[in-house]
Design a protein around this ligand. Structure first.
Ligand code: B12
Length: 486
């Protein structure tokens, strides 16, 4: 008998840009290939998400429900917001209307599965990727069989925490058919760009990062031909010409970028590409030239700090010199760069912040912008959590489901803003993470797409800042947000 599985993508967040639910789409495709009847419900643009869930349950009568939770919160120290209460409302709606078995997964869930299960009052979650775990879960029967599915975490009714199994990370990728599951037109209306993931995993061990729990700790590369096929299919089926590589770090491991971009060139795919995360480490002139030839128009570069002191404290394996070297190479290219910095990380003080300001003054080219995030979200299992406990910012029993943030005790957010306000020359090209939540940004996106403004939209940061009526005095009056959301 063919089981009916309803997969629900719960994210409704549109800032700082909409994110097409590709993770949920990959899982939907895997369930479909495993022989299930699958219905995909994307809550992102639903006016009434509860009603949409009720209607889907009524019409489809699912025997299993797979919930995808991408974001737990907005990671914003200055205006924190958790998304979990809205997910809980969806879970309550499901429970009131259906006896279907529920499985929850997604990036947010992988970071702290037990805490999420406890909060949502659900029994089963998946850590890591869902392509294998979800079909096996819905095929399995009985508590014992379920508990043996690799990657599945069970909530123990006794309240005793079961150990989180090491998630199995496969190198055998399903070919995603995102457009079969997601109404890409809705997303393309807000920005004409679709996401593509060319590899998974991250072998770096940055102090604060969660990627190891979500994607695994080693690089796993998709076959370049399959990624090129996916792009060609998306071009054909959606008319999109712009794509963003959402890999953890695009220029690692060594050789990956070359294989992928050479394949794109060989296939004659005339796309416009952007990169979600490029590391300054080891970036070469040849790589940047290849990127330009293949159609890369913009990249988000993520050094997070510009001083050796803070880079070492964040356990980055590159130096201030590498960051400047990358800036010089990219500065001579046509690629627009969004430079990302975390302000207030471990060992941040006036001197290290002055280095960031100095970097912005000397390296931010006219084509570039910067994205500044104040404070760092603390996650379980990270070195940052240990540090925050040692420094008395959180207690060891705080479960971190509601966000808590690290901010260096050698500085205050106000002092930090004062330094930036006083020293950075091109503040209009600096985007504060907190400002991206303004509803005006969505209006600007709709407008920008409609009139065909060239992407990436962060290049219009200066205009958006004007539109948001942000000015020096507003910035100087920034109040620090709570350390943890109650
Ligand atoms: C690229 C990226 C971005 C890009 C997105 C660009 C784009 N065009 O899509 C940008 C920079 C815009 C962005 C923004 C944000 N992001 Co982001 N982003 C990522 C990143 C690096 C990859 C996401 C991705 O596309 N993965 C590829 C897909 C295929 O994988 P996936 O979604 O995880 O799905 C797999 C599994 O999770 C699982 N799965 C998924 N659903 C389900 C369901 C079930 C039932 C099962 C069993 C399994 C399952 O199987 C899938 C396939 O294997 C992740 C970190 C990471 N390494 O995952 C952070 C991450 C998801 N982002 C995060 C956050 C917080 C945000 C923002 C809210 C704030 C911010 N920092 O800007 C915004 C929100 C944007 C939005 N509208 O939702 C957090 C979420 C954790 C949290 N604290 O909530 C993450 C985990 C980073 C982190 N801090 O650790 N992001």
């Amino acid at each position: 008998m063919v089981l009916r599985i309803l997969i629900i993508s719960t994210s409704r967040e549109l800032a700082p840009q909409p994110a097409v639910p590709i993770g949920a789409a990959w899982v939907a495709e895997a369930l479909h290939l495993a022989g299930f009847r699958v219905m995909f419900l994307d809550l992102c643009f639903q006016r009434d998400p509860v009603r949409a869930v009720e209607e889907a349950i009524l019409s489809f009568r699912p025997e299993g429900i797979a919930l995808s939770v991408r974001n737990l919160d907005n990671c914003d120290f200055l205006s924190p917001k958790t998304f979990l209460p809205e997910v809980k409302t969806i879970v309550e709606t499901i429970k009131a209307r259906s006896d279907a078995r529920i499985l929850v997964g997604g990036a947010g869930v992988s970071i702290m599965p037990l805490q999420v299960l406890e909060y949502l009052e659900l029994d089963h979650a998946v850590v890591g990727e869902g392509e294998r775990a979800a079909p096996l879960f819905f095929q399995s029967r009985g508590a014992r069989e379920v508990s043996l599915v690799p990657g599945v975490v069970c909530r123990e009714p006794s309240g005793i925490e079961s150990p989180i199994p090491a998630a199995p990370f496969s190198t055998d990728f399903v070919t995603p058919r995102m457009n079969k599951w997601v109404d890409s037109r809705r997303y393309l209306r807000l920005e004409p760009v679709l996401p593509v993931q060319g590899k998974r995993g991250c072998a770096n061990r940055c102090l604060y990062c969660t990627y190891k729990s979500i994607e695994g700790g080693i690089w796993r590369i998709r076959e370049a031909g399959s990624v090129a096929d996916e792009i060609a299919a998306l071009m054909r089926d959606t008319g999109a010409r712009e794509f963003e590589f959402v890999d953890s770090i695009f220029n690692q491991p060594e050789g990956y970028l070359e294989i992928l971009l050479e394949e794109i060139l060989r296939r004659g795919l005339k796309g416009k590409f952007s990169i979600s995360s490029l590391s300054p480490k080891g970036l070469t002139v040849q790589q940047v030239q290849l990127m330009e030839r293949a159609g890369v128009k913009s990249a988000v570069v993520t050094p997070e700090a510009a001083s050796d002191v803070t880079l070492a404290a964040l356990r980055k394996d590159f130096s201030e010199r590498d960051v400047i070297h990358a800036a010089e190479i990219l500065g001579r290219s046509s690629i627009r760069v969004l430079w990302c910095f975390l302000l207030g990380g471990p060992k941040e003080d006036e001197a290290t912040l002055a280095k960031t300001a100095g970097f912005l003054n000397t390296q931010l080219k006219r084509k570039d912008s910067a994205y500044l995030t104040t404070g760092i979200r603390i996650y379980p299992g990270t070195g940052l959590r240990e540090m925050a406990i040692e420094e008395g910012m959180i207690t060891a029993d705080y479960n971190l489901l509601m966000p808590a943030f690290y901010f260096s005790q050698r500085l205050t957010p106000q002092k930090g803003m004062e330094i930036l306000n006083g020293t950075v020359r091109h503040l209009s090209r600096c985007i504060l993470a907190s400002d991206t939540h303004k509803t005006s940004n969505e209006t600007l996106r709709l407008l920008g797409t409609k009139i065909g403004l060239p992407t990436p939209f962060w290049r219009y940061a200066g205009y958006a800042n004007l539109f948001n009526r942000r000015n020096r005095s507003v910035r100087q009056n920034l109040a620090p947000g709570p350390t943890a959301l109650e």
